[in-house]
Design a protein around this ligand. Structure first.
Ligand SMILES: C[S@@+](CC[C@H](N)C(=O)[O-])C[C@H]1O[C@@H](n2cnc3c(N)ncnc32)[C@H](O)[C@@H]1O
Length: 249
């Protein structure tokens, strides 16, 4: 995959995802903003990594919320897993995205943006909340703190919130400054030149260590356990993305 094809997946937004969802020329992975090479055939390994962090998924009869499921393979694998395990699964995304995925008896679809779209649903708490590859859009378009605070308020005792697959600009810079990262860049870009990494630069719209560690500290201050965790090394963007896992004690 070339750098040019990757640039087709930058500067996405909630409204751009709505447009992509109904574009018949795009594959399921492309509709949710990923080149096929990053996601096609990967949903089982991604879900296995998620399940390690959200053990409620492997249990039975739990209440699960997926914020921003999109309409790709991962959404479908999660739906299947929830049907097998007799979970109730609530999905919140745009109507255009939710229309792309089949209805199932154990699923409630709520169209709209979180947190607004959760209002009016019955107030029973959730044993697991998944928000995978979503908060980078909330960071640029909404209020990330209000988003996470509302997630915390929805957790059952012992419940977990996984804010997963978060692109961390600081982590990417650390990687690209390392010998492994330089080799990765040279191979990907088909060049002998090393990557240009600016360490002391303002990075508008980018989540970085400061944002993630601030969120972690905020959740801990509210009485929740919170950890920053690596993704399984086999996942497509594990060298520059990480997961924030929060548990209501
Ligand atoms: C990159 S896709 C990720 C899809 C899926 N979680 C996955 O990893 O396969 C981001 C999804 O988040 C949705 N989204 C963005 N902001 C949202 C919000 N505030 N509430 C609900 N969904 C949102 C988009 O519509 C899109 O479907």
């Amino acid at each position: 995959m070339s750098a040019i094809s990757v640039s087709r997946f930058q500067n996405l937004s909630y409204d751009e995802f709505r447009r992509r969802a109904v574009d018949p020329t795009l594959s399921p992975a492309e509709k949710i903003g990923f080149p096929d090479a990053y996601r096609a055939g990967r949903s089982e390994s991604i879900l296995a990594d998620i399940e390690q962090k959200l053990p409620a998924l492997g249990s039975i009869h739990r209440r699960i919320l997926d914020i921003g499921p999109g309409c790709g393979e991962l959404a479908r694998s999660l739906m299947e897993r929830c049907q097998d395990r007799q979970h109730e699964l609530v999905l919140i995304d745009s109507a255009e995205m939710l229309d792309q995925i089949p209805d199932q008896t154990n699923i409630i679809k709520r169209a709209g943006r979180f947190p607004e779209a959760i209002e009016g649903l019955d107030g029973a708490p959730y044993h697991a909340i998944l928000c995978y590859s979503v908060i980078q859009y909330v960071f640029t378009e909404g209020n990330l703190f209000a988003f996470v605070d509302r997630c915390l308020s929805l957790l059952a005792d012992g419940g977990r919130l996984l804010i997963g697959d978060v692109p961390n600009a600081s982590m990417r810079k650390r990687f690209l400054s390392s010998p492994n990262g330089i080799r990765h860049h040279q191979h990907f870009m088909q060049t002998e030149a090393p990557p240009v990494v600016e360490h002391l630069a303002i990075e508008p719209g980018q989540i970085d260590d400061g944002v993630l560690i601030g969120l972690l500290q905020r959740c801990r201050g509210f009485g929740f356990h919170a950890w920053l965790l690596p993704q399984d090394a086999s996942l497509p963007m594990a060298n520059r993305r990480e997961d924030l896992l929060i548990e209501k004690p």
